[in-house]
Design a protein around this ligand. Structure first.
Ligand SMILES: Nc1nc2c(ncn2[C@@H]2O[C@H](COP(=O)(O)OP(=O)(O)OP(=O)(O)O)[C@@H](O)[C@H]2O)c(=O)[nH]1
Length: 351
């Protein structure tokens, strides 16, 4: 069998069948390779036309695996900046088939055709497709990077990138949901479930927001309000109607306060407005507005109208929040004692 026939008989199939000679597998193309191989074998150097190419791998080695000549494609295959030095053996780089297998055919001619896996045995391995010829004490390797493999790899990378982008989008969506949930949890933690106004915890938080070292940093007005004879509303109309009265009262309070004022339910039928702007007159005006509005408001299920009593306290900056509420509460008590449905101002404006 001639050298050319031997090469043609060798396969371009998998690494495993590379030496087995499966002639039905796809075959390399044309005479260009033959001419280049012949030129290389003749000169015992790689053909100069291949020297700067990177997609084509060309190397001349001795039988000990020392690299005598190599092009840029070969250096690229080894992930190195330049061809290996002539003293270094490159035999260990041949992973599949191993360098020993390339020496199996002792006669001159084609030694191998097919896939060649080249790598350092640990970090990376690359597969190229090509041929190895032997002449005298030299081996000539000519191979090409597998464009189809690279394209498949590139398609896989594109797909992975798309998956990564989708995962990132999902992460953004999940973060948005988490933020909304946290806001909702916070809202629920700070709201009274029946009336929707702030609860005692929210009131304490607002005190802290406008305070330094436990003392108010601004002037504060407090209006404490309580529906009159509320027990008899429950007793007469039932608890559900009583709840409606509470919801209505909270709505009236909100409708008659500014956005900056905090309306809170302190518990039972007792409510409070905390004013962080204005003075005592403003706080009294708010209380009076709510009182007048509530006594006009119809409550579903209740005959006639209900009323509420109010205690108002104001303090300049430096007040203790609890003291302020206590003062307003004492004024409320006096409003009840004085006949209800009225606004009473705490004894001093600096509790
Ligand atoms: N429906 C309803 N009733 C409540 C709620 N919380 C407290 N109450 C009732 O509110 C009533 C409070 O009554 P009291 O504190 O005795 O005072 P009052 O009847 O309003 O009389 P004055 O305040 O003196 O005018 C009690 O009957 C409680 O059961 C609630 O969430 N819903």
């Amino acid at each position: 069998m001639s050298e050319r026939e031997r090469v043609d008989a060798l396969s371009y199939g998998s690494v495993d069948d590379g030496l087995a000679g499966d002639a039905s597998a796809s075959r390399r193309e044309g005479a260009d390779y033959d001419m280049l191989a012949e030129a290389g074998l003749e000169a015992e150097r790689i053909p100069s036309i291949l020297r700067n190419l990177t997609a084509v791998v060309a190397a001349v080695m001795d039988l000990d695996g020392r690299c005598l000549d190599a092009n840029r494609g070969f250096a690229y295959l080894l992930e190195s900046d330049g061809p290996p030095p002539p003293s270094a053996s490159i035999a260990p780089w041949f992973q599949q088939p191993g360098f020993g297998a390339l020496l199996a055919a002792t006669a001159d001619g084609a030694a191998y055709a097919g896939n060649l896996s080249v790598g350092d045995g640990a970090r990376f391995a690359r597969t190229v497709r090509g041929e190895v010829w032997r002449r005298g004490g030299r081996l000539l390797l000519l191979a090409e990077h597998d464009i189809a493999d690279l394209e498949r790899l590139s398609a896989a990378v594109t797909q992975l990138n798309e998956q990564l982008a989708e995962a990132q989008r999902e992460l953004v969506r999940a973060n948005r949901r988490l933020r909304r949930d946290k806001e909702e949890i916070r809202r629920l933690m700070l709201a009274d479930p029946l009336t929707g106004v702030a609860n005692r915890r929210a009131l304490d938080e607002r005190f802290r927001e406008v305070s330094a070292d436990g003392k108010a940093a601004v002037g504060l007005g407090a209006v404490v309000a309580d529906i009159d004879h509320f027990k008899s509303v429950n007793d007469t109309y039932g608890h559900a109607v009583g709840d409606k009265a509470l919801v209505t009262f909270a709505a009236v309070m909100r409708a008659n306060t500014r956005n900056d004022d905090l309306v809170a339910r302190l518990g039972g039928e007792e409510f409070c407005v905390l004013l962080t702007q204005g003075d005592l007159d403003d706080a009294v005006a708010v209380a009076e507005r709510i009182r007048a509005a509530f006594e006009r408001t119809e409550i579903e299920g209740v005959d006639g109208r209900l009323s509420a009593s109010f205690g108002v306290a104001y303090s300049r900056a430096g007040a203790d929040g609890d003291d302020l509420l206590r003062a307003a509460d004492a004024a409320l008590y006096r409003a009840k004692a004085a006949g209800r449905n009225r606004v009473i101002i705490a004894d001093t404006d600096q509790p």
